[in-house]
Ligand binder design. Structure first.
Ligand SMILES: *[C@@H]1O[C@H](CO)[C@@H](O)[C@H](O)[C@H]1NC(C)=O
Ligand SMILES: *[C@@H]1O[C@H](CO)[C@@H](O)[C@H](O)[C@H]1NC(C)=O
Ligand SMILES: *[C@@H]1O[C@H](CO)[C@@H](O)[C@H](O)[C@H]1NC(C)=O
Ligand SMILES: *[C@@H]1O[C@H](CO)[C@@H](O)[C@H](O)[C@H]1NC(C)=O
Ligand SMILES: *[C@@H]1O[C@H](CO)[C@@H](O)[C@H](O)[C@H]1NC(C)=O
Ligand SMILES: *[C@@H]1O[C@H](CO)[C@@H](O)[C@H](O)[C@H]1NC(C)=O
Ligand SMILES: *[C@@H]1O[C@H](CO)[C@@H](O)[C@H](O)[C@H]1NC(C)=O
Ligand SMILES: *[C@@H]1O[C@H](CO)[C@@H](O)[C@H](O)[C@H]1NC(C)=O
Ligand SMILES: *[C@@H]1O[C@H](CO)[C@@H](O)[C@H](O)[C@H]1NC(C)=O
Length: 549
């Protein structure tokens, strides 16, 4: 191995050391250069001015930006720049300086450019049925930077929903729409205020900006049951019928709106509220027969419910009854004609009847019943009835007419008995009447003298005899003889004689019997008087005697 001289070795070592020290010193000088920007995290309102202070121990401090800048002061180791109007979103100005004559130093900062929300608007709240879900939408207009925005929806003091936008990437001002879905309406939510609050929080470098929308009150409704239509199932044509549509359990009851339709036409209705119940009343009228729909539509906020019912409008005109000869003599032919004019509902039954029975029935538009008028038919009432079954009940219309039959007088044993026996001196009334139409006049004569018919009179012998009675009217006469027999008082001679003889016999028999009895009593009396005289003074004896008598 060749031996190197020690001095050369030492020189080499010194050289190495010197070069190391030299480069270390150079490095140390480089470390001393600095460049700083203040503020470190600037935040500026869009359009406002902003001052950036670049401080450095290097020379030629400058600022590179596309924004307009003016100098805002300078010092030994700093330079301030006024960016007079920041109209860029997220500008990144660059501070630079020349260090050690040749070396360039830079520093770039990111500027937050913000805009306070221009408007915060809450969409109209829907009226919502309790128990149903609804959405609340809030719109925030022209705000930046959106990633520092927080939108909160409140109901009263309660927070309904919060939305943040950390993931938003665009620094430009924009609009945001926040929707809270599926909020379930509660019964006591009615009248609660809903508000939307937008917060732009740029602290600590920037401001804390808050803006709220106008509040809107929440309207909830309760509509649990279907409406109920109260109506008869049928109505006669051209007549009116009341109908009522009723709903219970509504809230708020005043807001219920009714619409009633009949046969496609809107009905005028009036509402009545009682408690949580509302009803609408209307009148239904139709000029056309047939089945018509009655519809009731009730709406309360977003809820609409319907009730439907069919109403049968029937037509049953009153029939006419015509008797061709309403007043005729007996034994002439009469025709009773029943007609029903105009349109009728199907199923009408027509009948001709009198007060006792149905004489004829059919479904025709007319019926005809003929008879030969008898005297019994006088005053007979004929009726023409039309009957229709609607809705399970029967509707009847009828017309009546009377027949008058004229006939000649007729007297009978009962109206004018042909034999009368009266007692002389008693009060009697002579009655003789006749049937006939027009009512006949009856005259009874005896010996060409007219007798007072129907007047009570005291009977005397002169009333006896034969009366010729004649009942007359315009249609003829009827005659009848009435024999009146008068009974006067005539004693019975034989009866009287027998009576007298009997009386004499009985009284004499009684006389004899009395005489015999009297005589025996006298005898006894005498005997007793004698005995009394003998025993006077002896009470004992007297007693005995008394006891024996
Ligand atoms: C800029 O910064 C320097 C150093 O921090 C300071 O001395 C100077 O006052 C500042 N200038 C302005 C205008 O703020
Ligand atoms: C910066 O410029 C604006 C607009 O010219 C001016 O209103 C503002 O006072 C300036 N700011 C400073 C610190 O000079
Ligand atoms: C609420 O919003 C959701 C989603 O956009 C939608 O599907 C739903 O129909 C909305 N609900 C109401 C009541 O508008
Ligand atoms: C603003 O948004 C930025 C970017 O998301 C975030 O770094 C910063 O912390 C936010 N500021 C506040 C006060 O939330
Ligand atoms: C009902 O009234 C209309 C108009 O008043 C009339 O034309 C029609 O004949 C009437 N119908 C009946 C069956 O009475
Ligand atoms: C409803 O009522 C209004 C006013 O009261 C009236 O003018 C109109 O004729 C009515 N309509 C019907 C169909 O009765
Ligand atoms: C009356 O009617 C009957 C039968 O209905 C008939 O036989 C008779 O000839 C009629 N009499 C008259 C006067 O028309
Ligand atoms: C028909 O007679 C009845 C009694 O039978 C009477 O009540 C009614 O008023 C009469 N009708 C006419 C139209 O004369
Ligand atoms: C009964 O009276 C009528 C009318 O006055 C008369 O024509 C008729 O001859 C009378 N009959 C008798 C039997 O008197």
């Amino acid at each position: 191995m060749p031996r190197l001289p020690a001095a050369a070795l030492l020189l080499l070592l010194l050289l190495l050391l010197a070069s190391a020290a030299c480069s270390a010193a150079q490095e140390a000088q480089q470390e001393d250069y600095y460049l700083r920007i203040w503020p470190e995290k600037p935040a500026v309102k869009y359009g406002d001015s902003m001052v950036l202070n670049c401080s450095s121990n290097c020379e030629n401090i400058g600022l590179e930006t596309s924004l307009q800048t003016v100098a805002a002061g300078t010092g030994p180791a700093w330079k301030a720049f006024n960016l007079t109007s920041v109209t860029e979103w997220e500008p990144k100005p660059l501070c630079f300086a020349t260090c050690g004559g040749t070396e360039q130093k830079y520093q770039r900062i990111t500027t937050t450019v913000y805009r306070a929300p221009e408007r915060v608007v809450l969409d109209p709240l829907p009226e919502v049925e309790v128990g149903k879900e609804y959405n609340v939408t809030c719109r925030v207009f022209i705000v930046a930077p959106i990633w520092n925005l927080t939108v909160t929806l409140y109901q009263g003091e309660r927070r309904l929903y919060v939305e943040t936008f950390e993931d938003h990437r665009n620094p430009e001002a924009g609009n945001v729409v926040v929707t809270s879905n599926s909020i379930t309406a509660q019964q006591n939510d009615h009248g609660e205020e809903v508000t939307c609050r937008a917060v732009l929080d740029l602290r600590p470098e920037g401001p804390y900006l808050e803006m709220a929308s106008l509040s809107k009150s929440l309207e909830t409704v309760v509509f649990p049951m279907d409406p109920y239509l109260q109506t008869l199932g049928s109505v006669e044509i051209n007549t009116s019928m009341p109908v009522e549509c009723e709903v219970s359990g509504l809230f708020p009851v005043q807001k219920a709106a009714f619409q009633l339709f009949f046969a496609g036409e809107r009905l005028n209705s009036s509402n009545h509220i009682s408690g949580h119940k509302v009803s609408a009343q209307a009148q239904v009228t139709s000029i056309s027969a047939g089945e018509h729909q009655l519809i009731c539509i009730v709406s309360l906020g977003p809820v609409t419910k319907t009730a439907e019912s069919t109403v049968n409008v029937y037509s049953l005109p009153k029939p006419t009854l015509h008797i061709d000869h309403p007043q005729i003599p007996v034994n002439t032919n009469v025709t009773v004609m029943c007609r029903s004019d105009g349109s009728k509902s199907p199923g009408v039954v027509m009948r001709i009847s009198d007060t006792q029975e149905i004489l004829l029935s059919g479904d025709g538009p007319s019926l005809q019943y003929s008879l030969m008028a008898q005297k019994e038919d006088n005053g007979r009432q004929f009726m023409c009835k039309v009957e229709l079954k609607v809705d399970g009940r029967s509707v009847v219309k009828e017309t009546a007419a009377n027949l008058t039959v004229f006939y000649a007088p007729q007297m009978s044993d009962s109206s004018c008995p042909d034999k009368l026996t009266w007692k002389d001196g008693s009060e009697e009334t002579f009655i003789c009447s006749a049937s006939g139409n027009p009512p006949p006049t009856v005259e009874c004569r005896k010996d060409e003298v007219s007798y007072n018919i129907g007047i009570q009179q005291q009977v005397s012998k002169e009333h006896g005899g034969i009366y010729h009675c004649n009942a007359t009217n315009a249609y003829g006469f009827d005659v009848r003889d009435v024999i009146i027999h008068i009974e006067s008082y005539q004693p019975d001679i034989l009866g009287i004689i027998i009576g007298v003889l009997c009386a004499v016999f009985i009284s004499s028999a009684v006389g004899v019997a009395y005489y015999m009895h009297y005589r025996s009593k006298i005898k006894k009396y005498h005997l007793r008087r004698r005995q009394q005289q003998q025993v006077t003074g002896s009470p004992m004896e007297q007693k005995c005697l008394n006891g024996n008598v």
